[in-house]
Ligand binder design. Structure first.
Ligand code: NAP
Length: 522
């Protein structure tokens, strides 16, 4: 069996002691093992801070961008191999595996382009500065310098390639070394991706390290210049935030957690209209892409009450055409969940939702293609519905991380917005309407409780980037239960890895400082 290793201080290292086993979720066969027991994380942190940090800070933005470009290139060249690892280790179809891997290379390439634009400088200045006293010779300016610590990236199981790459791209471009830690269950993909980058000799020593398995005491050792970017469940995030050293030293933490994302079909939409069809297509895709294991997936779909039955039937008919099973079988449209534990979690969550909703389409009795239902972590899609969304509580509160969504009718737009906000802060809401005035109202009503509002009208039907698709240009992260974090958003991402400081000095000194800095504009 493959033994995954961590890459620390420039070497591949095996842990000792008890190993975690990675399973092929389609076949139930063990595919790899890993352990981090006994690894010296204190020394690895020093290596990042002292060796990697110094090397990256010594490069210009354009040079760091060039590193990202090479990372994107070598990972793209290894696309087929990474897709294979994803099929084996994550149970994803070829198409879903590509979604993760192309997301990774695309995000690296995007940040490579931003590095090129930022040019031959090493730090950033904000705005024009301001005169502080009566004399025009004494001014204040804000400068952004890379934090002199290490960025620890803890990722969720569902996007092992993209999760690694999107965080690493932003840290490296900012001039901060990273230690990436994939979720153990799907670590094969991230481990191979890091190995490809290491073998290509792209990054300076210490710029990127990998922890494959448990974090051990790594997080206890983080200090004031370090940052933690975490993606995963709200419960793990809550445990991590409480760490004594984070409180004592104000270690900067960014959390991307779970989310009850919504889609709303605008009032006045006609059954069978292009807008109606766009809504149906997206709800179905969001339920089934990556078997619903996307943090951005539509969990609650709202329609005008008059369209509730028609939407239920139409989505149900689309879901009935989704074949579920072994991702290697070309007839299969939806692969496995990540593990049998996740399968049990989806069933438990579904049972909770069923207390307030009834199945409008229930695929649970549909036969699996080429997979043993007693072994495979394959969950068929279930569309739930309630005609009383106002009286519901659990439906607005429990995230089932699988191919499950709830359809709900609304009576007027004010009520619809209020119901959507009951998600208590989500990553994304999508709005389907041919009426620009409604779309604009909805965007402003929903922006405060969502990291992103994605509005789709027939004129952008073939252009839009997708409800669940995280574009590096736009912010990713939501308020409240979604974690309160912010990632990506173009250059906005660099803020997390920089320290903003005010510099108050003579105009001559500030002119000298500005000469080696790029003005930060969005
Ligand atoms: P999880 O169980 O919270 O695990 C996430 C990561 O945290 C994994 O790498 C895990 O490592 C690590 N971890 C768990 N306990 C830890 C601890 N005590 N100390 C240090 N690290 C710890 O979440 P998941 O099951 O992988 O992912 C599913 C959840 O993530 C869903 O709720 C989904 O909504 C959310 N998610 C959110 C986003 C977003 O961008 N907002 C994106 C994707 C997923 P091990 O695997 O080694 O335990």
């Amino acid at each position: 069996m493959i033994e995954l290793e961590s890459h620390l201080e420039g070497q591949w290292k095996k842990g000792t002691g008890k190993k975690s086993t990675l399973i092929n979720p389609t076949t139930g066969v063990a595919v790899a093992q890993t352990s981090t027991e006994g690894l010296d994380f204190a020394s690895a942190l020093s290596w990042s801070r002292e060796v990697g940090g110094a090397a990256l800070r010594g490069l210009t933005f354009a040079e760091r961008g060039a590193l990202l470009k090479q990372m994107s290139k070598v990972l793209h060249e290894a696309r087929d191999e990474l897709i294979e690892a994803s099929i084996v280790n994550a149970g994803t179809t070829r198409s879903d595996s590509k979604f993760d891997i192309d997301g990774a290379t695309g995000t690296l390439a995007y940040y490579a382009g931003l590095g090129k634009k930022l040019g031959d400088r090493t730090h950033l200045v904000e705005g024009e500065g301001e005169q502080l006293t009566r004399s025009p010779r004494f001014w204040g300016h804000h400068v952004l310098t890379p934090r002199r610590g290490v960025a620890v990236h803890v990722n969720a199981f569902n996007f092992p390639a993209w999760g690694f790459a999107e965080k690493a791209a932003c840290a490296i471009l900012a001039g901060m070394p990273a230690i990436t830690k994939p979720a153990t269950a799907t670590a094969m993909v991230a481990e191979r991706a890091v190995e490809i980058v290491v073998q290509a000799g792209i990054l300076p020593e210490g710029a990127l390290q990998l922890v494959c398995g448990s974090t051990g005491d790594l997080l206890d050792l983080l200090g004031p210049q370090d940052v933690l970017a975490f993606t995963g469940s709200a419960s793990t995030a809550a445990q991590l935030r409480e760490r004594r050293n984070f409180l004592d030293t104000n270690t900067r933490v960014n959390v991307e957690a779970d989310s009850l994302n919504a889609a709303i079909l605008g009032p006045g939409t006609a059954e069978g209209s292009p807008t109606f069809e766009l809504f149906l297509k997206d709800v179905t895709r969001e339920m089934t892409q990556k078997a619903g294991q996307k943090c951005t997936a539509i969990r609650r779909a709202f329609v005008p009450r008059a369209l509730y039955d028609a939407a239920a039937q139409a989505i149900g008919a689309k879901l009935a055409r989704i074949s579920v099973g072994n991702p290697r079988n070309e007839a299969v449209r939806m692969g496995a969940l990540v593990s049998r534990a996740q399968f049990d979690g989806v069933r438990e969550g579904l049972a909770q939702l069923l207390a307030e909703a009834k199945p409008l389409y229930d695929g649970r009795n549909q036969a699996l293609v080429d997979a043993d239902p007693a072994v495979a972590a394959c969950a068929q899609p279930v569309l739930l519905g309630t005609t009383d969304p106002v009286g519901a509580r659990v439906l607005h509160d429990v995230e089932v991380f699988g191919p499950v969504s709830t359809l709900m009718p609304y009576d007027n737009e004010v009520q619809a917005f209020e119901l959507i906000r009951r998600g208590q802060g989500s990553l994304v809401a999508s709005v389907y309407s041919a009426d620009p005035a409604f779309t604009a109202r909805a965007a402003l009503e929903l922006a405060d409780s969502h990291g992103r509002v994605h509005a789709i009208s027939p004129d952008v039907a073939s252009l839009h980037t997708g409800h669940g698709n995280v574009m590096p240009h736009s912010l990713h992260g939501g308020p409240g239960r979604a974690g309160g974090g912010e990632e990506l958003g173009g250059l906005r991402a660099l803020g997390f890895y920089h320290r903003r400081s005010a510099v108050q000095a003579s105009t001559a000194a500030l002119d000298a400082l500005a000469a080696s800095a790029t003005p930060l504009t969005y």
